[in-house]
Every structure is written in C-alpha cells, then in structure tokens.
Design a protein around this ligand. Structure first.
Ligand code: UD1
Length: 417
C-alpha cells in the first residue's frame, strides 16, 4: 500500500521536466516483437506497467531490460505465443500483445486484460477487426485464442475511434499479405508515435493522426532506435496542480499541441498560458473561474484521462462547471473522495456538476484508479491542512517519482511505500 501524505496550501512554483509517455511506451514495447529485431527505446518512464510489459516480453523469450529511461529489447529469441493470466491482468495495454503475437507467430493465447475499472471496457472492436484480417478467434471463460494461418490485408472501418483497437490492427496488419486501410482510426499522438516506430521497423505505414491509416509492405530492419514522446496526461496533471494552487510552473520537454484542449480550459479558468515549441508555462490567478461545459471526446477533443484532474483543479473556481464524460461510463469514482475534502459536485449519469467552494479542507482519501488518484493529489494540494491518500498502487502506475517532482515545485508531499 502506498500512502501519500500531503499538506495543502503551497503554491507550486518553478520548472520541471515531464516524463515520457506511458501510453506511447506500452504499445511500442508490444510492437517490438512483430519481427526479430533489436530495439532501443529512449525516454521510457520507469513505471510498474512498463516493468509488466517487459516481463511479458521476457516470458515470451525475448531479452528486455530497462536502464534508467532507456529500454533495450531483442526479440530474436521469441519462442512462445501465450501470455499467462497473472501477467495479462497487470495492465490494460497487455491486450496489444494480441495483434503483435499473431503478426509474428500466427497465433496468440491470452486472457482478458486488466487496467483501471472505468466501465465495461470491451474488446469487441479489436476482435472483429482481427477477424477481418483473417484471424480465427475463440473466446471462452475470459480466455482468447487467436489463430491465423495467413493474415491478409483488409479495408476496416471502426465504428468508434478506439485507441487500443487501432493499435492492435496496425500491429497485426504489419505482417498481413496485401494492404490494409483503417477508417475511423483513433488520432491520438500515441498512434502517431506507434506509426513512427513501425516505420523505423521497416513498415510502410501512413496516415496516423488522421482518421485513415494505410498499412503496406514490411521490409524488416534489424535494429531500431526510437524516442518516446512526452506524457501529455502527466503534463496535464502538473498544469492542473499549478492552476489549483494559484501557482506558476514551467513544464519542459513537452509538446503543447498534445494537450492544447486542457490548456484551453485552464486559460478559460483565468490562467496565463505561455507556450514555446517544447515548453509550457502555466501562471494561475489567486482565484480560478468556472469554465462552463467540458465534454470528453476522442482526440483531438478533451481527453478522458485529463477529466479527473481538471475537475480537481476547478473545485474552488468561482461559478459552475459541467463535465460530460463520453468515453467511459464509470469515470467519476474520484467524486465521493473529493467530496470528503468539501467539494460540491453532483453526478447524474455521464454529467458532473461542480460548484466552486471557497475552501477545501484536508482529509483521508482512498485512490480509486490511476487518474482519479492523481485528481485526489491535485485537490489535496489545494486544500487547507493535511490529507492522506491511501493507494493500492494506482498512481505510481502512471506517474514516475511524482512525489519528488511535486516537491521540487514546492509541494509539501511525501510518499510512504
Ligand atoms: C482509452 C482512451 C485513451 C486513453 C486510454 C487510457 C479514448 C478514445 N481512448 O483508450 O485516450 O489513453 O483509455 O486511459 O479516449 N470500446 C468498445 N469496444 C472495443 C474497444 C473500445 O466498445 O473493442 C469502447 C470503450 O468501452 C470505451 C471507448 O470505446 O467506451 C474507448 O475505448 P478505447 O479508445 O479503445 O480505450 P483505450 O484503448 O483503453
């Protein structure tokens, strides 16, 4: 059990670097097995989910190590195509190994993935698309068994731009005979990052960042080096923490275009936002203003992952904000905990109505999920007095040395592991 001890009230001030993206790293680590190659990945965050992905690689027969923020993988020795349940449940992104394994081995056996409990999180779109590429898939008792004598290219239309399904299709299609087109593809920066890595691996793939991705021939390279993009959700969290505390923080090594919708709402709330190509400064006023309506949408809309932390930043904002969560049906699990701090939030279905209060007061909270837990830290930093966040390892799944990072900005925070 991790126990976060915080004393709120300090303004966050100063500059910090933002870690590499977890959600870009994990699919790229899975992609490293599509052909026998050596991969060097730079700027990979040191997180439990990354460690779990590397353990899956080693179980499959690959060499995989992390030294600081560098990851070295050699997938030449891959000799298994089944992943045990104990490794699958550690994170949601383990599902991306399905596309990677059928690309490399023509078979994959795994169980349903883990990850945060944000709602149903089905994988029907992944399975339907892989079947279109020629995979035969049996599902029974939470076990998935995929076989493909030969994958063939297909014209696939996704009814919803699922990030995970887009990634799985890109990987499986990499080794298919003939071209594949994905229409209605997810457009997230992590999809563009996966495309960049797959190109370096030797795949002819274009279109990532638009709704149509085309996957053509593959001429495998033996060695690849790739730098992971900065984590836009960690950057959003730090920006929200700066806003919530009336702070003045410069985030370095980020790409402001990746989280411009979050910055847009912080600006509406009254913050000065100063962008350069690789950094963003958020300077907050003493009192934030409510921002009206916020709806989570697939990229380039407002990200569901940033919804809990923006909510936390606005708890003391003057006026009313209404959030509509359109991606996950169970993504307000942080709300009862934020109410313990004195927040005035009413949830009805997918809508959450927040009325700014004058003051939050410290309390004991329990982290419910990764981003919900981060929201509790943001709110506790803006609360008067001491808070404790009890966490069964959710927050450290996504935030690297977050206590140190926040402490370097002046927060009174200490993580007891
Ligand atoms: C989602 C987020 C992604 C975020 C990640 C981690 C979106 C669109 N995706 O990606 O930005 O980084 O969580 O928190 O915001 N769905 C189906 N069937 C499927 C797949 C998905 O119905 O086969 C539905 C899900 O239930 C959900 C929505 O589509 O309502 C989003 O799914 P998807 O993008 O696939 O989720 P993740 O890949 O986990």
């Amino acid at each position: 059990m991790d126990i976060w001890h915080l004393r709120g009230g300090n303004r966050l001030e100063g500059a910090c670097f933002v870690q590499g993206s977890k959600n870009a790293s994990l699919p790229i680590i899975a992609a490293s097995i599509i052909s026998p190659a050596r991969s060097e990945l730079l700027n990979v965050p040191q997180l439990r989910d990354v460690d779990a992905a590397l353990r899956i690689l080693r179980h499959l027969g690959c060499t995989a190590e992390q030294w600081g923020s560098d990851v070295y993988i050699d997938s030449a020795g891959l000799c298994r195509s089944a992943i045990p349940h104990s490794l699958m449940v550690e994170m949601r992104s383990s599902v991306i190994f399905m596309g990677a394994l059928i690309a490399r081995c023509g078979s994959a056996r795994l169980s349903l993935p883990g990850g945060c409990q944000l709602g149903k999180r089905p994988i029907d779109l992944h399975l339907a698309a892989l079947r279109q590429l020629g995979a035969e898939i049996d599902e029974a008792g939470g076990e998935i068994n995929c076989q493909a004598q030969e994958l063939h290219g297909a014209d696939i239309t996704l009814p919803f731009p699922s990030v995970g399904a887009t990634e799985n299709i890109m990987l499986a299609a990499a080794r298919a005979k003939g071209d594949t087109v994905i229409r209605g593809a997810a457009r997230e920066p992590e999809i563009i990052a996966l495309q960049e890595y797959l190109r370096a691996m030797g795949l002819n793939v274009t279109g990532a960042g638009s709704g149509t991705i085309c996957i053509g021939t593959f001429k495998p390279e033996k060695a690849v080096s790739h730098r992971i993009i900065p984590d836009r959700i960690v950057a959003s969290t730090i920006a929200c923490a700066a806003a919530a505390t009336g702070g003045n923080v410069e985030m370095r090594g980020v790409d402001p275009s990746h989280f411009s919708t979050v910055l847009h709402f912080l600006k509406l709330a009254g913050c000065d936002i100063m962008n350069s190509k690789r950094s963003v400064r958020v300077r907050a006023p003493g009192k934030l203003s409510a921002v009206g309506e916020v709806s989570t949408e697939p990229y380039p809309g407002f990200p569901t992952d940033a919804q809990p932390v923006l909510m936390a930043a606005l708890l003391k904002a003057e006026g009313r904000t209404v959030i509509t969560e359109n991606i996950f049906e169970n993504r307000y699990r942080q709300v009862p905990e934020l109410q313990r701090l004195g927040a005035d939030i009413a949830v009805s279905g997918r809508r959450a109505e927040i009325w700014g209060v004058d003051c939050l007061h410290g309390s004991a909270l329990t982290a419910t999920d990764l981003r919900g837990g981060a929201a509790m830290l943001v709110a506790a930093l803006a609360a008067r007095g001491e808070s404790t966040v009890f966490d069964d390892g959710h927050i450290t799944r996504g935030y690297e040395r977050f206590d140190m990072r926040l402490r370097s900005l002046g927060a009174d925070i200490y993580l007891e592991c």
